[in-house]
Design a protein around this ligand. Structure first.
Ligand code: FA5
Length: 342
């Protein structure tokens, strides 16, 4: 090795062995490898050497640089470990001290049930779809067979916007949007916020959550609807369920149903919650009306489908025996902390 480099290495080794803390180590590093460090200057001077000496000197200097970097790194780790051990021995760490309290929240029960429902339905081959909360009158009403003068509009107290659009009153408008976008066959669930300008009471909110379900395929029948609903409710309510269908009227399904589930509180024997009937009204549903399929560009002669509109607050209320829908948005932490799962 070039005598100048050998001398430099000796000086480096000595300085390194004397560096007893991280600060001293930093000084050694910059003294040899920094901008104006001893080895840096040697490397810069290579161009001034006679041409025949340059390659060997440059190579040796670079090898030395690598060795120095490695040695510095090794020493840094030693010093860090020693510093940590000294701190531990000095009693700075007391393992008997209580830990720092971790601040953790939990997902809102509506978000939790949404995730659970989407899990159940994606397991059955449905896709999760979103739709706009500000909706065109066409999708919210007309395409679903609810023109302006139709009495069904009256049950949807609508927030109209100045531009003629509205805040969607249900998630059903996404039915036609989904048909237009994907065509048949399709199976989607659409959880989301809905708005109705109605008086708030223990079971009605102006802002609430629904999950639309839509399945269009060849030869879809009421049996597919019942199977999907039973699977969904069994998974969500964590028990075997009985369901029954009563006739229900919605212009966008034919036939339309109100689906009831046997009361989770008395199992069907009759109690205060189910008003002694043994059944709890769960969700409206039905077979997609041919004119809705047509509005979505799907041939009703070739395809059939079922749809449902599940009120999410209602489902959580039935699951946990909650009596007042206003608790969901009341911001009372005592209520929210009862749903610790995420
Ligand atoms: C509808 O909104 C239909 N779009 C449902 C549907 C979809 C029928 C597909 C057939 C086929 P309805 O207005 O009944 O239907 O509302 C459905 C559910 O949303 C209700 O059962 C209820 O759980 C919930 N819901 C409706 N209005 C409110 C409200 N103001 N506050 C809280 N939940 C509500």
């Amino acid at each position: 090795m070039d005598p100048r480099l050998a001398a430099l290495r000796d000086r480096f080794d000595e300085a390194l062995s004397e560096a007893s803390d991280l600060e001293a180590l930093k000084a050694v590093e910059s003294g040899f490898l920094g901008k104006r460090g001893a080895l840096t200057l040697e490397l810069r001077g290579v161009s001034k050497l006679p041409p025949e000496e340059r390659p060997a000197f440059g190579k040796a200097a670079n090898v030395l640089k690598g060795e120095m970097q490695e040695a510095l790194e090794r020493r840094r780790r030693e010093l860090e470990r020693a510093a940590l051990e000294a701190r531990l021995e000095g009693g700075a760490f007391d393992p008997t001290e209580p830990g720092i309290e971790v601040l953790s929240g939990n997902l809102h029960p509506i978000t939790q049930i949404t995730h659970e429902l989407v899990d159940v339905f994606t397991g059955m081959g449905f896709s999760w779809l979103d739709g706009p909360e500000v909706e065109l009158e066409w999708y919210n009403f007309d395409a679903l067979g609810i023109p302006k003068d139709h009495p069904a509009r009256e049950s949807h107290d609508t927030f109209w916007l100045e531009d003629g659009n509205c805040l969607r009153t249900h998630t059903s408008p996404v039915q036609v949007r989904a048909m237009e976008r994907f065509g048949a066959p399709l199976a989607v669930v659409v959880p989301g916020r809905c708005f109705r300008n109605e008086a708030v009471d223990a079971s009605h909110e102006h802002t609430f959550y629904q999950m639309e379900g839509l399945c269009v395929d060849r030869d879809i029948s009421v049996a597919h609807l019942i199977f999907s609903m039973k699977t969904c409710l069994r998974e969500i309510l964590h028990r075997e369920v009985e369901v029954r269908l009563r006739p229900g009227y919605f212009p966008f399904v034919e036939p339309g149903f109100e689906l009831d589930v046997n009361c989770p509180f008395c199992g069907g024997a009759g109690c205060k919650v189910c008003k002694q009937s043994g059944w709890i009204e769960m969700l409206p549903c039905g077979m997609v009306h041919p004119r809705v399929l047509r509005a979505g560009g799907i041939d009703p002669e070739a395809w059939t489908g079922f749809a449902f509109g599940l009120g999410l607050q209602r489902l959580v209320m039935v699951r946990y025996g909650i009596h007042d829908i206003r608790d969901f948005t009341g911001g009372d932490l005592r209520f929210l902390r009862q749903f610790p799962r995420n």
